[in-house]
Design a binder for this molecule. Structure first.
Ligand code: 3H9
Length: 698
């Protein structure tokens, strides 16, 4: 239940925010806090007030689920202003994370005491497309200075208690019980005759700020992950705190907040927040399924993927054994792992001790037998079915009973791989994205026979190594790469129609994608797709689309690693358009009779988006993906899709499915069968249904 309760500890009132699991400030909590402050002020035996949170959090801020329906009174800002006006000193006891409105509550208190363990104190509103709207943009710069406040509010990144003490956000850090510490602090205040200390009463002198501070900040947010609006308004709100009185600054904060709240970018980011939390919900895997314990990890293959995966586990404190078939490759891979850890130490990201611990957790070997004790073994070798089958048969012979055997395949049939063993129940796909130690996405491929506890274990370990794991069924390319196939095919088609590689990439990057498809292929290696097309012969039409790209690979232009691919690359690794490549597409486009209308930027974006989402809808209909929001989570975390655009499925839902179907049919009329509309979209458009209601519930 959402509430705030008041208890007394002698002459100090303790108000506790209660709303499991993270004390989001729902209506009941706001009302409880307001009532608690009023009651404590009315009680003559009370000299000071402590505000704290129940459980692991002080508060994670406003209740985001309320944003859809609109908040009910009392408003958070009103409650905080009322609390700050208390005649008795109010001390926040920060018992754990304090984020967004939660930290704004703490800023409305007159003093702040934090437990040393509080690692997340911040104003992350920008990450969900809004700004701190309960006085945070006005109080934070008054308390810790404008520059530090701008950094926190514009990045949305939290700081820990120690840093918070350094910048003056908290007055005292305590090791023991923080509520006891705050009560003691409050009594010291009373004994010293110190009363309320409202932050809002102070004023920021504009002359104290570096010249061009705000302009420089504005210049730094051109590609902010929250899109073009939220960070800009955050800066403007902080700017409004300078030189003005609190009330007028607050009014400006409100206006800037209302410009963002409920608008498309904010809704998309909030949808993405919940989508990411939804992926762990697998209908037939409830709390009754106990994951197997994973204490040690084996990795087969010391190439780019294998070493990246090894780093992901080492960074999370797990011992890893890497196996290769030849000493040179093994040494090279192990060196790459050690170098990465060393560079993290040099850059101050981790301590020397931590670096040494991670390197100490790495073992290597040339024989599969060294993996006999591993609880999880991940194969990360060349993408070839025969090879993978051979390896899994060998693993079957050496792995201990109950070990989970995972393949990092990005396309292949996990059921076939599992069939090479006598324990298909222990086999699944764990598809990491490169660089595997950095990218957050992990696609789990659930085979026909994969045991529930094997999948649950993989999901648990993914959380431990900081990944967002999304479950996919078995099909060629799974969710992410199957959709990419459709998308890249359309890109090839548009280049034959006259768009240059740079036209395509610039259009999509201006729209928000981190990297256009041609730059992405050059980075991943054009030879990767080429090899896949060699192994799985594409349809005749698709082969025609790829004729130029295949010729580029055959010229030895494999992308960045060979200094040339779709683009040329100088020593600075910056891409440069290459007239030779553009001419090849133009010539082939003319030969195929396609080069009669060059698509403009808007059409480029629309066709890419619709091909992605149409394939996504088909994947959803086949039950390969559990929900449309799972598909979006994949695109946001593994394919550089911007969070403020929500994902391809969110985009077409926003467009309206009837309109989407009409558009797809228009493209089908122009371009033929590759544009066949997914039956699910047609059904939903006809019934007025939504993608959000397709797939599994919950
Ligand atoms: C704000 O404050 C606006 C104000 O400035 C002004 C207003 C006028 N609301 O992530 P977890 C749920 S905006 C509702 O799995 P963790 C979450 O959905 C807010 N629900 O755990 C999940 O539910 P379920 C600014 C919330 O330990 C459960 O709690 N604050 C909220 O990995 C556990 O969450 C933020 O943006 C919320 N605010 O991470 C903070 N927060 O179990 C957003 C969490 O049903 N939250 N839930 O799936 C976070 O960053 C992380 O959830 C947190 C915990 C770090 C708190």
């Amino acid at each position: 239940m959402a509430t705030a309760t008041l208890t007394k500890s002698g002459d100090v009132a303790v108000i506790r925010l209660e709303h499991a699991p993270v004390n989001a400030l729902a209506q009941g909590v706001r009302q409880g806090l307001k009532d608690g402050i009023a009651a404590a002020n009315a009680d003559p035996t009370i000299k000071a007030i402590v505000v704290t949170g129940e459980g692991r959090a002080f508060s994670a801020g406003a209740d985001i689920t309320e944003f859809r329906s609109g908040p009910k009174p009392p408003g958070l800002g009103e409650v905080i202003d009322g609390m700050e006006a208390s005649g008795k000193p109010v001390v926040a006891a920060l018992n754990g994370l304090a984020l967004g409105g939660g930290l704004e509550v703490a800023l409305g208190c007159h003093y702040r005491v934090a437990t040393k363990a509080a690692s997340q104190l911040g104003l992350p509103e920008v990450k969900i497309g809004i700004l701190p709207g309960a006085g945070g943009t006005q109080r934070m710069p008054r308390l810790i200075g404008v520059e530090a406040a701008l950094d926190m509010i514009v990045s949305g990144n939290p700081i820990n208690a120690e840093k918070a003490a350094k910048v003056g956000l908290v007055d005292r850090v305590v090791e023991g019980d923080v509520v006891e510490g705050a009560i003691a602090f409050a009594r010291e205040l009373v004994a010293a005759g110190k009363g309320p200390r409202p932050i809002s009463a102070t004023r920021i002198d504009p002359a104290s700020l570096p010249k061009d501070l705000f302009d420089n900040k504005r210049a730094s947010i051109a590609r902010h992950p929250s899109g073009p609006m939220a960070a800009k308004n955050c800066i403007a709100a902080v700017e409004a705190a300078v030189g003005s009185d609190y009330k007028s600054g607050l009014a400006r904060e409100r206006d800037l907040f209302l410009e963002l709240a409920g608008k498309p970018y904010a809704r998309a980011l909030q949808y993405a927040f919940f989508a990411e939390r939804q992926v762990a919900n697998i209908p037939d895997i409830g709390k009754d399924v106990t994951p197997r314990e994973i204490k040690t990890v084996g990795i087969l293959g010391a190439g780019t993927m294998g070493t990246g995966i090894a780093l992901a586990f080492l960074n999370a404190g797990l011992p890893v054994t890497v196996v290769e078939t030849n000493q040179g490759a093994l040494d090279h891979g192990a060196k790459r792992i050690r170098d990465t850890i060393d560079s993290n130490v040099k850059r101050g990201r981790i301590t020397e001790d931590e670096g040494a611990r991670r390197i100490g957790n790495l073992a290597t070997g040339l024989d599969l037998k060294v993996l006999t004790n591993a609880d999880l073994i991940i194969e990360a070798v060349f993408e070839n079915m025969a090879l993978k089958k051979e390896i899994f048969a060998k693993l079957d012979a050496v792995a201990k009973p109950g070990a989970i055997l995972a393949s990092n395949t990005s396309t292949l049939d996990v059921d076939q791989i599992a069939a090479a063993t006598k324990r298909p129940q222990d086999v699944l796909g764990m598809h990491f994205f490169s660089p595997a130690n950095i990218m957050r996405l992990l696609e789990f491929v659930r085979g026909k026979a994969t045991a529930k506890d094997a999948l649950a274990s993989a999901m648990a370990i993914a959380r431990r190594i900081g990944k967002v794991g999304v479950v996919s069924g078995v099909c060629f390319g799974f969710i992410g790469n199957r959709m990419v196939e459709a998308y890249l095919e359309e890109v090839q088609a548009m280049m034959l129609e006259g768009a240059t590689p740079a036209d395509i990439d610039n259009a999509l990057e201006s729209w928000g994608l981190a990297m256009g498809p041609n730059a992405m292929m050059d980075m991943a290696g054009l030879d990767v797709g080429y090899r896949i097309r060699q192994e799985h012969k594409p349809s005749e039409e698709r082969a025609r689309f790829y004729r130029v790209t295949d010729a580029i690979v055959e010229m030895g232009r494999h992308g960045q690693k060979t200094g040339a691919g779709m683009y040329s690359y100088g020593a600075d690794r910056k891409r440069q358009s290459d007239p030779q490549i553009e001419a090849m597409f133009a010539k082939e486009g003319a030969a195929q009779g396609r080069a009669n209308r060059k698509p403009e930027a808007e059409e480029i974006v629309e066709r890419c988006l619709l091909r992605l989402a149409n394939e996504g809808a088909q994947i959803l209909d086949e039950g390969i993906a559990l929900r449309a929001s799972d598909i979006d989570t994949i695109y946001l975390n593994g394919y550089g899709f911007p969070g403020w655009r929500g994902g391809p499925m969110w985009q077409i839902e926003e467009m309206g499915l009837a309109k989407v179907v009409e558009k797809i049919k228009g493209y089908e009329a122009r371009h033929g069968a590759r544009w066949n509309v997914a039956p699910l979209l047609e059904r939903l458009a006809a019934s007025g249904g939504k993608l959000a209601d397709a797939g599994v519930k919950g």
